[in-house]
Design a protein around this ligand. Sequence first.
Ligand code: ADP
Ligand code: F6P
Length: 324
Amino acid sequence: MPKQIKTIGILTSGGDAPGMNAAIRAVTRKAINAGLKVKGIERGYLGLLNEEIIDMEKHSVSDIIQRGGTVLGTARCSEFITEEGQAKGAAICKKHGIDGIVVIGGDGSYRGALALYHHGVATIALPGTIDLDIACTDYTIGFDTAVNTAMQAIDKVRDTSSSHERCSIIEVMGRNAGYIALWCGIANGAEDILLPEKYDYDEQKLVDNIISSRKHGKRHHIIINAEGIGHSTSMARRIEAATGIETRATILGYMQRGGSPTATDRYHASIMGAYAADLLSEGRSNRVIAYKNGTYTDFDIEEALSMQKDIPQYQYDISVALSR
Ligand code: ADP
Ligand code: F6P
């Protein structure tokens, strides 16, 4: 017989992502409709340990669906990685009557969610990261907005790059994952794409590509470099010296994490948030919500954490084939 949940908490953790607010709204409204009480936990696990807990009503989540960031705030919290921190977090949940929790974040946040589950708090996790680097799901909240923001910025850099006949290195986010770089590489028609999962650090190849594309009459050369490779400014200096072609670096940075979410992010985040509330209402726990092969589904958190994801080779090959 599954345990009947009466009060749920909701928190956002790790890097923020556009669409998190749509998820917060959906969890809150669906849970209240099902007769549950909802508490918002501010600043992720840090706020949980500091008991920054507020009552959420339906009107608390009005006028947030279109806003970037997370109205609950987010933080990183090293204390929560310790067994003592996790036990304290679970005790605080108990003290506030929180018997179920929804965690919106990435892999790191899932580990915290798993710890809360092991301490007796029913837990559901939602994939919230612009990096798309969660193995169990084809979609993560915020990726679509971030990749569109980056694409638009790269188009703008390309205009000036062509006018001045320059080479441009544009660095996009993704400390460990090259999904934003891959998608922009294809969507922006970049000449070279450097992904942490694929790059062989052969700069001579880049130099040869630039010289060859110039010979074929190209007025620009766009290199999209993922943050995980980094060093765009020094790379630009070396490339300019080796090719004799003016080369500039642009680091897009945190602008990629902000902004009003796209319809895709609002839509998926709303469905996933409602799904999380439904699972908790049904007494389910220890689940990660995913969008896989066109359907919404859920996985055991441990199973989700053990899955591997890599840049799809076919799509990567296409990005290379279309770039020449
Ligand atoms: P993300 O959730 O985006 O992957 P982080 O890896 O920074 O971001 O994790 C967010 C937070 O999740 C951390 O600051 C920490 O509080 C918690 N966390 C990360 N790893 C663990 C772990 N192994 N055990 C418990 N909590 C963790
Ligand atoms: O949200 C994901 C991400 O943008 C990564 O690509 C990046 O490495 C990381 O967050 C940086 O976030 P912060 O500077 O907030 O730790």
